[in-house]
Design a protein around this ligand. Structure first.
Ligand code: GCV
Length: 726
């Protein structure tokens, strides 16, 4: 909250409230719809404004290029908003308070001071306060124009979060090469697992009409350092590779280019048949290889900086090399060979499984581990954070650490398919952090997933991270204000996977809402607790995949869920030790030993790895049944408390966003209770145990929950819609 709004609360006369704008008051009190994301640039409080105005009196933006022009315009726009007026542009840093930005090529001063060191790399930047020729300056320097733009956003973040500007000394470079958003967007503008409206890509009007939103999207991505975007769904449509759609893609690529954002497409493996007129898509067939080479050449003719392909093959009905008796390596390498002359990459997904006797959690490892060392250097194997599918909690995927001769990239889901869609406030920073910090022990302690994917653990040729986007046509981009934090956290952790989720949350709150400590502290606390709350009310103690077929709401009684909970009259949990599926053996020995041992396994993963009797004693001395009841209930209680915290913040945030968050929290509380009651109702029908004293029984009987049916859930359609209710 800025100080004007604080003054309003402190008792400005009522007539003034009615004339907020005329009174010069309360930017923060004016309604906001969330469109501005974390780039709001609202006025700083007067004292801060004065201090920063003294620190930045003129902008010296050396050199012209589309990217540098964007950096200069962003700086002017940001400072204009924050300081009330944009400092003038000057040709040279001849006065105190000059802010110089550029590269060694464009700025003689930056060249003379050798300010853009090797450590900044191609995309990094340096921000320094210094004295030069008797003047106090701030310099944003980089080796390349894109680094200047990233540095500009970083500088504006410092101003927005009210950091002192007198003594800046930052060098920042991304630790991961490819930082990519994957859109599950279809050509008809539906979005698989999308909860924020339609796809933002208006294919029908492209390339003739370039919605200004495309620029705003690229700007938001650049503000975080996201440098790639896969425009279309991994459940791919070959039409996206036809000349008609490639021209549309080229138009988007042109908008994104100066923002350092490269375009990628998914490649439907059967495209040579579907749009190429061939009778096969066999990756070893010379005609198929020639078709892909020619298609790739056509793409680069239109999009010279095209990033490459993302492929989902032989998974959930998608065609792939196995249809032709070939391996995933044959398929991936064929595409890599076609892309190689142009500098493109292949991101090949490891998300494969089939129905059958083999534990689904084992299957990706079983399929891909034998391919280690067999994939082309231009291929990154894209692995989901856990072995099943973006559950509220999973252990890290065993492929991390198991493929030292392969570049692995991490895929996380930003859209909340399994975490309450758009209405549940679940900050995913802690989930991303938990994965990145997980220790694979592949090369002894400290072999974290972060070090696998940044390429440092195995000196991998490529490094990458992908987030399945939560962006749509909703005015607030993500379906809810707090879901913007998940896009933000993905981008910031992709840039530096060592950042703390808590620090990222605080930064986001300050940018998105207010620097007022009385607002920041409780909201950050609430965000940091929110993921664990969702784990508790949905799938505590290592349970997973207990939702209805639409993924909306609980359904532990359906066959798909029973497969994962293995609950019966005796007990609950999936035995993945040597007496069961032995999936634990896929981890390095220190991890496997820990997970396999009932005494050592983290309680949070107990039922993921073990089947235990209902009376199994937890460390707390309680039975697993009692502990389940307590955790489910605790999750609901946590949401109730989140509502109370938020209610207490009325007046510290604009009415529009306050009201939406309040309404969504009310929905979340109702649905958390639904999850708890339906789950406990079902498990109690098996355990036949009483609830511990003081815990209320489910509101309705089990039949009531089993009969609930929601046929028009967002994010699913077509044949998936039919059997949604059972
Ligand atoms: C885009 C899960 C989701 C699918 C998704 C798939 C994937 O199965 O439910 O909607 O498909 O993961 O990531 O390929």
């Amino acid at each position: 909250m800025n100080s004007d709004a604080a003054a309003t609360r402190a008792g400005r006369p009522l007539w003034c409230l009615a004339l907020l704008v005329l009174c010069g008051a309360g930017q923060a009190a004016l309604a906001e719809d969330g469109y501005d994301l974390w780039l709001r640039y609202r006025p700083l409080p007067p004292a801060q404004r004065e201090a920063d105005r003294r620190a930045v009196r003129a902008i010296v933006a050396a050199g012209r290029s589309p990217t540098l022009d964007i950096a200069r315009a962003e700086l002017a726009r940001g400072l204009d908003g924050l300081l009330g007026t944009a400092p003038p542009f000057a040709a040279a840093p001849t006065r105190d308070g000059s802010l110089v930005l550029g590269t060694a090529l464009t700025s003689p001063l930056i060249a003379a001071l050798r300010l853009a060191p090797g450590a900044a790399g191609r995309e990094g930047y340096v921000i320094r306060s210094l004295r030069y020729a008797g003047h106090r300056l701030i310099v944003i320097a980089a080796n390349e124009d894109i680094g200047v733009l990233y540095g500009t956003f970083a500088f504006l973040r410092l101003v927005q979060t009210q950091r002192p500007l007198g003594n800046l000394a930052m060098v920042s470079a991304p630790r991961i090469q490819h930082r990519i958003l994957d859109h599950f967007d279809n050509l008809d503008r539906t979005v698989e697992r999308g909860y924020a409206g339609e796809s933002i890509w208006d294919w029908q009007k492209l390339p003739g009409y370039l919605d200004p939103r495309y620029t705003d999207y690229a700007r938001a991505c650049a503000s975080l350092g996201i440098n790639g975007t896969v425009l279309n769904n991994v459940n791919a449509d070959a039409d996206s590779l036809t000349p008609l759609y490639l021209r549309k893609t080229a138009a988007l690529a042109a908008v994104f280019r100066p923002y350092g954002l490269r375009v990628f497409l998914t490649a439907r493996f059967d495209a040579p048949i579907e749009i190429g007129g061939l009778h096969t898509a066999d990756p070893l067939d010379p005609a198929v290889r020639a078709w892909w080479r020619s298609k790739v050449g056509e793409i680069y003719g239109l999009i010279p900086d095209f990033g490459g392909f993302l492929v989902k093959a032989n998974s959930e009905g998608q065609p792939g090399p196995e249809n032709y008796g070939r391996s995933h390596a044959d398929g991936a390498n064929m595409l890599a060979e076609a892309l190689a002359p142009h500098g493109g990459i292949v991101m090949w997904r490891a998300f494969v499984y089939s129905q059958g006797p083999t534990d689904r959690a084992r299957q990706a490892y079983d399929s891909f581990k034998p391919l280690d060392g067999k994939l082309d250097r231009k291929v990154l194997l894209q692995v989901k954070n856990g072995p099943i599918d973006f559950q509220p909690r999973e252990p890290f995927h065993p492929l991390f650490g198991a493929m030292p001769r392969t570049s692995l990239m991490l895929e996380v889901q930003i859209t909340k398919e399994y975490l309450g869609f758009a209405t549940h406030l679940v900050y995913l920073g802690p989930l991303f952090e938990e994965t990145l910090r997980s220790d694979t022990f592949a090369r002894g302690p400290g072999s974290t997933v972060a070090r696998v994917i940044d390429g440092s653990l195995f000196a991998s040729p490529k490094s990458g991270i992908a987030g399945d986007a939560n962006i749509g046509s909703d005015r607030n981009w993500c379906g809810s204000i707090f879901d913007q934090a998940n896009w933000y956290a993905f981008g910031r952790l992709a840039w530096d996977p060592n950042l703390a989720a808590r620090d990222v949350a605080e930064e986001w709150v300050r940018l998105t809402f207010s620097n007022d400590p009385a607002f920041v502290a409780p909201v950050v606390r609430m965000m940091m607790a929110s993921r664990e709350a969702a784990v508790d009310y949905m799938t505590p103690l290592g349970l997973a995949h207990q939702m209805a077929p639409s993924h909306y709401g609980p359904a532990p009684w359906i066959e798909a869920s029973r497969y994962f909970n293995h609950a019966d009259a005796q007990g609950i949990g999936f035995d993945r030790t040597a007496t069961g599926s032995d999936a634990v053996a896929q981890y390095a020995p220190p991890v496997a030993t820990r997970f396999a041992d009932l005494k050592q396994v983290p309680e949070a993963l107990l039922l993921w790895f073990h089947h235990v009797p209902w009376d199994y004693r937890m460390a707390s001395g309680r039975t697993v049944w009692d502990e389940l009841v307590i955790r489910y209930s605790r999750g609901v209680q946590q949401v109730t408390e989140m509502r109370q915290v938020w209610a207490g913040l009325a007046g510290r945030v604009d009415a529009e966003r306050f009201a939406q968050v309040s309404a969504f929290l009310a929905i979340q509380e109702q649905e958390a209770r639904w999850w708890r009651d339906a789950s406990l109702g079902y498990f109690q029908s098996l355990s036949r145990r009483a609830l511990p004293a003081g815990y209320s029984p489910p509101q309705h009987d089990l039949a009531y929950y089993e009969a609930l049916c929601f046929p028009y859930v967002p994010g699913v359609w077509g044949e998936r819609r039919g059997p949604l209710c059972r």
